[in-house]
Structure formats: structure tokens, C-alpha cells
Write a protein that binds this ligand. Sequence first.
Ligand SMILES: [Zn+2]
Length: 169
Amino acid sequence: MINLTTTLNGNVICPICHGENPPDEMFCGNEGCHKALGEFRYVEEEFQGQRKPLERIADKVSSFTSHPHFVTVHIVWFAIWIALNSGFMAYAANFDRYPFGLLGLLLGIEATFITGFLLISQNRQARYSEMRAALDYEVNVRSYRKLAELISIVEHLNERVASLDRDRT
Ligand SMILES: [Zn+2]
């Protein structure tokens, strides 16, 4: 949990970007930040802070494989490979003749690594969703408690007012 720091004039300082916000602001006014200002856990920062080097690579790989460039790179790669090895071009290397066994092997290795990285990345995403859900639950429980507290105060006040009215009559 993060306690909010305030300036002398009551402005709230964002714990993430350290920008100053008016006291009644709910979210950080900084465009790139926009974090909720309150005593909340900052799940995304916490989550990114726990990231191990292999998970960092997995995230990069999964973001690249889901990008259209991934397909373009492979089309170009296959076109060059086939052109070099099918004897159309004179002086070409011809290092992997039809049916391109070396290309198949390389693609098999690539598929194995990509599958592994995608699974790592997916697990991380699932963990992140769980952390978000836990935060939602925590906020709900805290809201519920505060509400119950307020209801009991209102009930108590109501009783006091009623007893004062009774005494007066
Ligand atoms: Zn901020």
C-alpha cells in the first residue's frame, strides 16, 4: 500500500510520476501516467518490477510475433531462401536444395522457442489479470467496510435525533 504525499498547499503528489495534482483529483493529470490517486497498490508497476530477464525476452517475442512485421519478415526470408536454392539465380549459393530440409529444421527450432516464449508470456498475462482481480476485490472489501461504518454512524445519529425529539415532547 502506498500512502499519498501532499504538498503544503494540499496538492497530491503522484507516487509514480511525482507530478502535482489538485487535492480533489481522482486520477493523475499527467497524460502519460493517469494513475488513480489513492491508497491503492500500483499493480502494473509492481508486476513489471518483478519481471525476470527471460520474461522480458518472452514479452518482446510475443509482442513481435503478434505484429504484422512477423509475417512480412517470414515471407521475405522464404522468398530469398527459395530463390537462392532453386537454381534460378546464377552464382547463388545453393546450400539447401529442394525440399529445403535446412529451412524446415530452422523453422522447427524457431517454432519451439516461439511456443515456449508465448506460453511464458501468457502465464504472465494470467498472473497480471489475477493481480488486477485481487486489487479489485481489495478495493471492494475496503469500500464495503467504509460503507458499513458510515451506515452505523448514520443509524447512531438517527437514534440520537429520535431520542432528542422524544425528550423534547
Ligand atoms: Zn502520475
